[in-house]
Design a protein around this ligand. Structure first.
Ligand SMILES: [Zn+2]
Length: 224
C-alpha cells in the first residue's frame, strides 16, 4: 500500500479515515487542540498550537498543557494580511511557541502568510532546528536560505492552479519539499482533503521529472 504524506492537515475537522495517508494533524486553538489530542486514529502525528488568526492570550497557558502531550507544535506563526491581531502581539506569541519548541525539542508547523521573511528571521534568531513552513508562497529568493537552515516547505494543491505557487515548486529543491492538503480548511468554496495530495504528487513528478516512488521516498526522508 502506498503511503502518502500530509504534513499539514486540520484532521479533527474531517472525522474520516484516510487509509493511505500519514498525517500531521494540526490544531489552531485550545478547543481544536483538545480535539486533536483525543483522536484515536492510527498513522497521525498530533500537533497543538495557536494560529495567528485565533490568538487569545487567556488560552496560551491552557494550550501549553496540551503541547506537552503533542508530537509537534502547530499551527503557529504570523499572518500580516488576514490576522486582525496586532503584529507585535503575533510576534510575541510566535516567539513564545518558538521557545517552547526548543525546550521540548518539537518541530514547529508554521503559518506565515505575508510574513515569510519575518517568520524566517525569528526562527534563525532563535536558532530553531526543525521547522515546516506550511503552504509556502513567499519570496522565491528566500528558498535557498530556508534550505540552508534545514527547514522544509509544504506544497499544497493550490499550486496546480496558482501561478505564484507553481513558481515556488519549480524553484524549490526536492530536499526541502513536503506535501500537504491543509485538509479540513475550505478554500475557494471547496473543502480540502488528504486525497487531494495524490494529484499534487503527480504534478510534482511532472514538474521535477522524477517518478512517484522516488518522490514518495524523498518526502518520507524529509519528514524524518
Ligand atoms: Zn492550516
Amino acid at each position: 500500500m502506498i503511503t502518502y504524506y500530509d504534513a499539514h492537515c486540520h484532521y479533527s475537522n474531517l472525522g474520516k479515515i484516510y487509509n493511505d495517508f500519514f498525517i500531521a494533524a494540526v490544531s489552531v486553538d485550545y478547543r481544536s487542540s483538545l480535539k486533536t489530542l483525543a483522536l484515536k486514529t492510527k498513522n497521525i502525528l498530533k500537533g497543538m498550537g495557536m494560529h495567528p488568526w485565533y490568538i487569545n492570550k487567556l488560552e496560551v497557558k491552557k494550550i501549553l498543557k496540551t503541547v506537552q502531550k503533542a508530537d509537534f507544535i502547530g499551527e503557529v506563526g504570523l499572518d500580516f494580511k488576514y490576522s486582525k491581531v496586532n503584529r507585535e502581539i503575533q510576534k510575541e506569541i510566535f516567539n513564545y511557541f518558538i521557545n517552547i519548541s526548543k525546550e521540548m525539542d518539537k518541530t514547529l508547523n508554521i503559518h506565515a502568510y505575508a510574513a515569510w521573511k519575518e517568520a524566517f528571521r525569528l526562527l534563525l534568531r532563535n536558532d530553531v532546528k526543525r521547522a515546516i513552513l506550511h503552504w509556502y508562497n513567499g519570496p522565491l529568493e528566500l528558498l535557498k536560505d530556508i534550505e540552508g537552515a534545514g527547514y522544509f516547505i509544504t506544497i499544497n494543491p493550490s499550486f496546480t492552479y496558482k501561478e505564484k505557487h507553481r513558481k515556488v515548486l519549480e524553484k524549490a529543491s526536492l530536499e526541502i519539499i513536503l506535501t500537504e492538503s491543509d485538509g479540513g480548511y475550505v478554500y475557494n468554496n471547496r473543502l480540502l482533503e488528504p486525497d487531494d495530495i495524490k494529484l499534487v504528487i503527480d504534478e510534482i513528478c511532472k514538474t521535477k521529472g522524477i517518478n512517484k516512488v522516488e518522490l514518495l521516498e524523498r518526502i518520507e526522508k524529509n519528514l524524518n
